[in-house]
Design a binder for this molecule. Structure first.
Ligand code: TRP
Length: 348
């Protein structure tokens, strides 16, 4: 078992393993998480149970994805060989499930029903004709248990001691988490700490089809494990400014999905230079897309190299999961003992 020094600050974030990760995850999550490995105790959480709330009949896919995502994490540079970095499998912490059951008692149904992210997702599920299960409606409360099991910190902890860098859609879940933490503490005495939402700076990456969101299910994603040929092919199929028909026509970078990618991946100076070249008609779309594929491939290359190393060692990847989950589980046990004690349900 890993030796962990008494942590002062914790970073916690997670993903549901429903498929391989893509560029949107890289810039929206993974890159945001990387620097915390130097300053915080980090829990990178694989929320397989949460994935199963909408894919309960696809447990084999979730199982496969869990290993894929662990590989994606490693490839992106998350390093569970550091003593303060843990990869955690949600379903393997029984005390977390016990905590979820307790938090259900202080969660109002109305609180779940008015959660804007739940409302959106419910609508999508209904549109697809999927039936909605009890576990789905409750997942924000389950997510509160994911986060709160890392309590307690030393008693002198501050607001910023537990940070959760996640996408904006997760904010309502963090608000619920803090409401539940405070509600519990008020009723039963101080057990839980509250957490702080941390937004990424990069705006959401659009899909290669120009749609608002890069998403595996929309088929418009560049995956971290795509080969350089795959990336070139996907980029060459991208739409550009529809009014620019041939090379000499002046382009409108602001209307162009390809330019939006450059805005994410180039420095301001390089972006401006490119915009000027495009608007003046000097830069053709084919050439521009080829250049984008080079930029993306340069960024993905070190990720691919790390992936090729870990891919050959599935036993080692499993060992990372085992060790990280064990550290998390020890914390969850302590938290549950404190919860039982505070609630006077520690009978013997
Ligand atoms: N809901 C998150 C997502 O869909 C995944 C997640 C589960 C999570 N538990 C978490 C994120 C705890 C942050 C903290 O991506």
């Amino acid at each position: 078992m890993k030796k962990v020094e008494k942590p002062e600050k914790i970073m916690f974030s997670g993903i549901r393993p429903t498929g391989p990760l893509h560029l949107g995850h890289l810039i929206g999550a993974l890159k945001l998480w990387l620097p915390f490995q130097k300053t915080h105790e980090c829990f990178f959480f694989l929320a397989d149970i949460q994935g199963l709330t909408t894919h309960f009949n696809e447990s084999e896919r979730i199982r496969k994805s869990l290993m894929e995502v662990a590989l994606d994490f490693l490839s992106a540079g998350l390093n569970p060989e550091l003593p303060n970095v843990h990869f955690v499998v949600q379903s393997m912490i029984e005390e977390r499930a016990a905590l979820y059951e307790i938090l259900q008692l202080i969660t109002n149904l109305a609180e779940l029903e008015r959660n804007p992210t739940i409302k959106d997702e419910l609508k999508q599920l209904k549109d697809r004709g999927q039936s909605i299960n009890f576990g789905f409606i409750g997942y924000p409360c389950s997510q509160a248990a994911d986060i709160l099991f890392v309590s307690p910190l030393p008693p002198h902890h501050k607001e910023d001691d537990l940070v959760i860098p996640v996408g904006e859609d997760q904010k309502p879940h963090l608000e619920l988490t803090n409401d539940l933490a405070r509600r519990f503490n008020q009723q039963f005495g101080n057990v839980f700490i509250t957490c702080r939402y941390l937004a990424g700076e990069t705006p959401r990456l659009i899909g290669t089809d120009g749609q608002a969101k890069m998403s595996k299910s929309l088929g418009n994603a560049i995956q971290l494990k795509d080969s350089s040929e795959n990336v070139l092919e996907k980029v060459m199929k991208m739409f550009t400014d529809p009014t620019k028909q041939r090379k000499g026509d002046p382009g409108h970078p602001k209307e162009c999905p390809v330019y939006k990618y450059f805005q994410t991946f180039l420095t301001d100076v390089d972006q401006n230079e490119r915009a000027t070249k495009c608007s003046s008609g000097k830069l053709g779309c084919v050439e521009c897309k080829r250049e984008l594929s080079i930029v993306l491939n340069e960024m993905l290359e070190p990720i691919r190299i790390r992936r090729s190393i870990f891919e050959k060692e599935p036993e080692k990847v499993l060992q990372f999961l085992r060790e990280g989950t064990e550290v998390a589980r020890e914390r969850a046990k302590k938290t549950m003992a404190a919860v039982r004690n505070a609630m006077r349900i520690d009978y013997y």
